[in-house]
Write a new protein. Structure first.
Length: 132
């Protein structure tokens, strides 16, 4: 009996012991069954497979939960970002309006100060000329 062929037919092709025995021709179903039983029982960590599978399922569910939380967090961050941008835009508009108003007031103050300085200079000239 070709043991590699038996293992390949059973695990890769998923054939039953009867089908493997028919395929090989030189062994019985019982022989194939005993071989597979002995081979499987000799695997040292076969019992750990179920535990590992349960852990994988638990980790998978935790990853799905984390992905959902990440999506919710990303949505919340995007919403906060948009609100912050709106607040910044409103603050900039308010500041620009205040700057415009202050600029006008400063220009008027310069005109008034310039006019006053001009009148003072004219008055000084007239005083020097002793006209007044």
């Amino acid at each position: 009996m070709d043991y590699k062929k038996v293992l390949r037919l059973h695990f890769v092709n998923h054939l039953s012991c009867r089908e493997i025995a028919e395929s090989c021709g030189d062994c019985s179903k019982t022989t194939v069954n005993e071989f597979l039983k002995n081979k499987l029982s000799s695997l040292s960590h076969l019992d750990d497979v179920d535990d590992i599978w349960k852990e994988v399922e638990e980790h998978t569910s935790k990853l799905v939960e984390c992905e959902k939380r990440d999506e919710e967090l990303a949505a919340t961050i995007q919403k906060n970002k948009e609100e912050a941008n709106e607040n910044i835009t409103e603050a900039v508009q308010t500041a620009n309006a205040a700057i415009g108003t202050l600029t006008k007031k400063v220009k008027y103050a310069y005109w008034i100060a310039g006019g006053s300085a001009g009148l003072a200079i004219i008055e000084l000239i007239l005083l020097l000329m002793k006209v007044i």
